[in-house]
Design a binder for this molecule. Structure first.
Ligand SMILES: Cc1cc2nc3c(=O)[nH]c(=O)nc-3n(C[C@H](O)[C@H](O)[C@H](O)COP(=O)(O)OP(=O)(O)OC[C@H]3O[C@@H](n4cnc5c(N)ncnc54)[C@H](O)[C@@H]3O)c2cc1C
Length: 393
C-alpha cells in the first residue's frame, strides 16, 4: 500500500469528525483537509428532535473542540474528479488527495413547494426555527411522517400541551423499522398520549399560499394547522459525486470494509455509506444511526491507512434507541430483512414489548419497549447469528 500524504474528509459532522480524530490517533503526519457545508462546528443531532425543542441548548459533540477551527466551514464539495484525485469546492477551489473519506450524510426529503410554517428537521438551524414556532404556543401542529423523528416531535409537542395530528402513509407508523407488532404498539401509544394518528394516507400539499394553514391529504381531507413538521425521511448526500465514477445507489456503494466499490483510496462512512454487511449475508445496507456514523468514521480511516488487503470489515449490529411519550424504544439489527417475527413479551399494561425477527431461521433483528436487558441479550444473539429457535423469553 502506497504511503498516504494528503487526506481529504468531506462532511464535517459525526462521521467526518471521527475520521479526523482517527487520523490524529494514528499519528498521521500528512495533510488533513476537512470540508463542511454547514457554518457550525460538528454537533450532535439526536437532541434536535428532543431536548432542544424543550429549550435545552446542549448539542455538544465530544471531540469537536479538538478541531480548533482547523477546517473549511461553510464550504461545499461540488464534484469529485476521481482520475485527478481532487475534490472541487463551491468557490471554485480544488483540494487534491491521495486518500478521501466521504462523510456527507443525508438530507431530508422535501415537498416540491414548502411554504413558511412547514419545517424539516436535520440541522441546528432547523431545530431552532421549529422551537421558536412551538414556543409561540400554536393551537395545532401536524407532523407528516411517523418515523423516529416525526414520532419524537409529536411526543415533544404533546409534552408541551400542543394538539398534534400525525399523518403516516404506512399501515402503522414505523412498520418497516419496528415490524407489525411494534408498529401497532406505537400507534396505540401515540393515541393514548393524545396524538390524532391518521395512517395509510399521504400528505399531498398545503393550503394557505405563502404560509401553510392546512395540510391536504390523499383521501381528500384537509387538516387546518398552524405549524407543519415534515418527517418524510432522508436521501443520502451523493449529488456532488454524480459523474465521478463511484457507484451510487441509495448511497455510496461500499465493500464490507467501507472502501467505495472498485476503489482503494476512497472510503465512505455514516449515513451516506451503503456497505456490504457481513452479518447479513453481504446484503447492502445503509444505516441512519448515530452509533454507526460514530464507529464507521474511525474504522474507514484505519482501513484507508492500512489498505484494502489489511482492512477490517464493519460487522457491528445496527442499534438505535429513543424515548417517545416516556417509553424507551430500542431496535437492534435490521427487522426489515426478516421473513418472520415473533412476540416474546407483550405486557400491554406495563408498556413492555419484546419482538424478535428472523430470516431463514436466523435472528436478524429485535425490538424492545421498556426492556433494555432483553435488548442487550438479543443484540448479542444477532451478532452471533443465533437460530431464532434458540431465543426464548
Ligand atoms: C433530528 C435528528 C434526530 C436524531 N436522533 C437520533 C437518535 O436518537 N439516535 C440515533 O442513533 N440517531 C439519531 N439521528 C441520526 C444521527 O444523527 C445520524 O445518523 C448522524 O448524524 C449521521 O452522521 P453523519 O456524519 O454520517 O452525517 P450528517 O450528520 O448528516 O453530516 C453530514 C455533514 O456533511 C455535510 N455535507 C453534505 N454534503 C456536503 C458537501 N457536498 N460538501 C461538504 N459538506 C457536505 C452536511 O452539511 C453535514 O454537516 C438523528 C438525526 C436527526 C436529524
Amino acid at each position: 500500500m502506497a504511503k498516504l500524504n494528503r487526506i481529504v474528509v468531506v462532511g464535517a459532522s459525526l462521521a467526518g469528525l471521527r475520521a479526523v480524530q482517527a487520523l490524529r490517533a494514528a499519528d498521521f503526519a500528512g495533510d488533513i483537509t476537512l470540508i463542511g457545508a454547514e457554518n457550525h462546528a460538528p454537533y450532535n443531532r439526536p437532541p434536535l428532535s428532543k431536548s432542544v425543542l424543550n429549550g435545552d441548548d446542549d448539542i455538544s459533540l465530544p471531540g469537536a473542540e479538538q478541531l480548533a477551527g482547523d477546517w473549511l466551514r461553510n464550504r461545499r464539495a461540488t464534484a469529485l474528479r476521481t482520475d485527478d484525485r481532487l475534490v472541487v469546492l463551491d468557490d471554485g477551489s480544488e483540494a487534491t488527495f491521495d486518500g478521501l473519506v466521504v462523510a456527507t450524510g443525508a438530507s431530508p426529503r422535501r415537498f416540491a413547494a414548502q411554504p413558511a410554517g412547514v419545517h424539516s428537521l436535520r440541522t441546528v438551524d432547523d431545530a431552532l426555527a421549529l422551537r421558536t414556532e412551538l414556543a409561540a404556543e400554536p393551537a395545532h401542529v401536524t407532523v407528516i411522517g411517523g418515523g423516529f423523528i416525526g414520532s419524537e416531535v409529536a411526543s415533544t409537542a404533546r409534552q408541551q400541551g400542543i394538539s398534534v395530528t400525525l399523518v403516516d402513509a404506512g399501515s402503522h407508523p414505523m412498520v418497516a423499522t419496528l415490524g407489525s407488532h411494534g408498529a401497532q404498539w406505537l400507534a396505540r401509544h401515540h393515541a393514548r398520549h393524545g396524538v390524532d394518528l391518521i395512517s395509510g394516507v399521504r400528505a399531498l400539499g398545503f393550503d394557505g399560499g405563502s404560509r401553510a394553514t392546512a395540510v391536504l391529504l390523499s383521501d381528500g381531507r384537509r387538516i387546518p394547522t398552524d405549524v407543519v413538521v415534515a418527517g418524510t425521511g432522508v436521501e443520502p448526500n451523493t449529488d456532488w459525486l454524480r459523474g465521478s465514477g463511484l457507484k451510487l445507489d441509495n448511497g455510496v456503494v461500499c465493500t464490507s470494509s467501507l472502501f467505495a466499490e472498485g476503489e482503494s483510496s476512497i472510503v465512505a462512512a455514516g449515513d451516506v455509506a451503503r456497505w456490504s454487511h457481513p452479518l447479513f449475508d453481504g446484503e447492502l445496507v445503509r444505516v441512519e444511526h448515530w452509533a454507526n456514523a460514530n464507529e464507521q468514521g474511525a474504522l474507514a480511516v484505519r482501513n484507508l491507512l492500512a489498505g484494502p488487503a489489511q482492512a477490517e470489515t464493519y460487522a457491528a449490529v445496527p442499534s438505535f434507541a429513543t424515548h417517545i411519550h416516556g417509553a424507551r424504544i430500542q431496535v437492534a439489527g435490521l427487522p426489515a430483512l426478516a421473513d418472520t417475527e415473533r412476540v416474546l413479551i407483550d405486557e400491554s399494561d406495563e408498556d413492555r414489548l419484546v419482538v424478535t425477527f428472523a430470516s431463514h431461521g436466523i435472528l436478524v433483528g429485535a425490538v424492545a419497549v421498556n426492556a433494555p436487558k432483553d435488548l442487550i441479550r438479543l443484540k448479542r444473539a444477532i451478532a452471533a447469528r443465533t437460530s431464532s429457535k434458540e431465543v426464548t423469553d
